[in-house]
Design a protein around this ligand. Sequence first.
Ligand code: AMP
Length: 465
Amino acid sequence: MNTKTVIDSDAPSFETLGLAAPLLKAIAETGYTTPTPIQAKAIPLALQGLDLMAGAQTGTGKTAAFSLPVLHKLLPFASTSTSPAKHPIRALVLTPTRELAIQVEESVKVYAKHTPLSSLVVYGGVDIKSQTPALKKGVEVLVATPGRLLDHIEQKTLSLSQVQILVLDEADRMLDMGFMPDLKRILALLPKQRQNLMFSATFSNEIKKLADEFLTNPTLIEVARSNATNDNVSQQAYAVAASQKQAFLVQLLKEADTNQVIVFTKTKLTASKLARALQKEDISADAIHGDKSQKERIEALDAFKAGKVKALVATDVAARGLDISDLPMVINYEIPSAPEDYVHRIGRTGRAGASGIAISLICDDEEKYFAEIEKLIKKSIARQTAQVKTQTRSSSSQPDKRAHATTHVSATSAPRKSKSSSTDAWFNKPYEPNTAVAKAVVRTSPSQSRKAPVAALLGGLKQRS
Ligand code: AMP
């Protein structure tokens, strides 16, 4: 594998990358002025027809990095004819999730808007028949999740015999999600003579194996050290007892000077329960996970994007590929056992040059996972001690009297139901009005010295968001 850096000028422009005029026009209309580093590197190489193995974090502009050269290369084949035969699938983009597929195809449409090239997205979870008429009309760029693509192939609703360019987006996640057998089946159906562009946030040995198997003499490009995390993201870690996590999260969300936070959980069940618990705390929240219908997921995402929902509680799989620009904060409510997931999670913030905050709440059992994460990102993150202001009523058998007098209890309009899903008994207590808007901090253990309130611990939060 050879490593090449083609662009080393300080600030290359899209014009110098060699893209066709209709694409430059679309780029200008989106408001992009300068290519991102991955675009500056990948676009000229892809235009030369080389196979690429590109390491790029989410949020680096990788979608345009492959979409633009793909569209450029297909332009000579563009046809205004309505005959489906004139519009075979010439580029296939595979993504691990529906959300990512939808977002990628939306981007392709934007970049292709001044060309006759058409695109379509197909993904599972919706009636396959609804996707067939559009496929029958013919599209040059097909964005698909592997499973649904295979369904269409079985039903003979599409043919891959004319594919010239294959893009594997978020390849690491495709392997994590067990798509290797599907990928092998799909790749066997593609013409041998084709260009391959593979994008991955992390480079595991499996990814390298995949590249060896399916790519031809690929050029490796990286814009950041593989498995590194985005420098724009301020990473913070809090040691929190499992029983206090929920209260601490509520506190963080209430004190955060932002109204868009993705909260990550490991399971669908926790996501649902947590979203409900947050709602009971008057925090607008919704859950997004695999058990929700596509419609529900899109609605939740739209509400979040529109600022109607402050906290989107998501599992790793559901959150994959969400493109929410300028997301100021992500919170890891549960630490992922696969360290790569951490990289993906925090890649939701600090996108496209914006700064962001990633907060991890680590209980004792999760320390081992966080240690793995630190190994992967080659960075150690100091643990701060969570100061849970509202926790002592239930979590301590000998409550701190001073804390009682000053604890700020968040207002809820109705008594809490005793069958609340919370593991914290405090959340099951009826609402007791407390007029004291306290800033004093309750110590989590008697031995701890008094620390600053969370808002102060978050430091630059206000400036950053
Ligand atoms: P991606 O990594 O492809 O998910 O892109 C992340 C975000 O960056 C998206 O919101 C893109 O619209 C945006 N973006 C992509 N390229 C550029 C660029 N050259 N300048 C500014 N924003 C960009």
